[in-house]
Design a protein around this ligand. Structure first.
Ligand code: SAM
Length: 323
């Protein structure tokens, strides 16, 4: 049974977002292969694996949190997965040989599915799950002081941070949750839509037309061409077989970097997904991972068509260091 806050607690866009993610079915790994956008999904997973391997692995290896002996005693380091969804990254964290993970998301149904996925793994690491609006409430509302007493080495926010940019207050709450329990030298990694790309697409739309662009796979529709503030610049996002017209907000990068600095977080990496591909696809480790993750087939042929490939480049991958 879920210990989640009832959905009716949420208002406005937040309710639409939580309801949307709660209602997406958890189709499992096998049926997922039938998705019309399986190429895009596999590629996004590959990018997340690259980020985790490159930025999280080294930091985890230096963690002072070390497990000893026994089946559940192994592993090193502690991770916070904020906006974890259905726990799609839990296998990646298992491969990172962690000691402990805390997973949190506003969508209570998704959190239950993430917990279920972990329980089926019969894993060696510890995991805790909680439903929480991470952009209005502190982590301490969901986890005991004891759970939060050992600092995180890594905080991960995959495809979810942009929902905080509705208001400055929400971004501050989010950044406080990221930074408060992270050790100096820790890393904050994530994936968000690329504001420069969204803005240049928007600027290319002739006057008098609908503020809409996309292709057969995705659609983005703005309500306003320009916005008076760095927060709340809203658009509606549709992604085939994944996201049905959910409200999202532009993450103006420089503003985000300036705010993050107030929380001791400094950028070390920011690239569009296509650039992440160009940079890593010929490295032996990540090349073989592309085959294992079905980004390319056994003959080295891409599984992703042109419209899906264009859709992947909406996103940026980033890393920050805590000082
Ligand atoms: N990180 C997962 C992944 O990469 O598969 C899920 C990504 S999904 C596109 C976005 C997630 O952000 C959803 O699970 C949604 O419920 C979560 N989210 C949105 N607003 C949130 C909030 N205020 N607090 C916590 N999670 C939130």
């Amino acid at each position: 049974e879920s210990d989640a806050p009832p959905l009716k607690k949420f208002q406005g866009d937040v309710r639409v977002i939580a309801q949307h993610y709660n209602s997406r079915p958890d189709v499992g790994v096998v049926q997922r292969q039938d998705s019309p956008i399986i190429g895009l999904k596999s590629f996004n997973n590959w990018v997340k694996s690259v980020l985790i391997t490159r930025f999280a692995h080294p930091v985890l290896q230096q963690s002072s949190l070390v497990g000893f002996g026994g089946r559940r005693g192994g592993g090193r380091g502690k991770v916070l997965d904020m906006g974890c969804g259905k726990g799609g990254d839990i296998t990646k964290w298992s491969k990172a040989k962690i000691k402990e993970i805390l997973c949190v998301d506003i969508a209570a149904v998704s959190v239950d599915q993430a917990r279920g996925r972990y329980e089926q793994m019969n894993s060696y690491f510890d995991a805790s799950f909680a439903a929480l609006d991470c952009y209005t409430e502190p982590l301490s509302a969901a986890f005991s002081p004891q759970k939060l007493s050992t600092p995180f080495d890594v905080v991960s926010m995959q495809f979810c941070m942009h929902y905080a940019f509705e208001t400055e207050e929400k971004v501050r709450c989010m950044l406080d949750n990221v930074s408060r329990y992270m050790r100096p030298g820790g890393v904050f990694i994530g994936t968000i839509p690329n504001a420069d790309l969204l803005m240049s697409q928007l600027a290319a739309i002739p006057e008098g037309r609908e503020l809409e662009f996309g292709n057969s796979v995705y659609k983005i529709k703005f309500e306003q061409r320009t916005h008076h503030s760095f927060f709340g610049h809203k658009y509606w996002f549709y992604l085939q077989d994944a996201v049905d017209d959910v409200p999202e907000y532009v993450v103006y990068w420089d503003n985000f970097v300036n705010m993050a600095a107030e929380y001791g977080l400094y950028p070390t990496y920011k690239e569009q997904f296509h650039a992440v591909f160009t940079e890593h696809s010929n490295m032996p480790e990540f090349k073989s991972l592309m085959v294992r993750m079905k980004v390319v087939d056994a003959n080295g042929e891409s599984t992703i068509d042109e419209d899906q490939w264009d859709a992947t480049n909406i996103y940026n991958a980033f890393a920050f260091e805590k000082r």
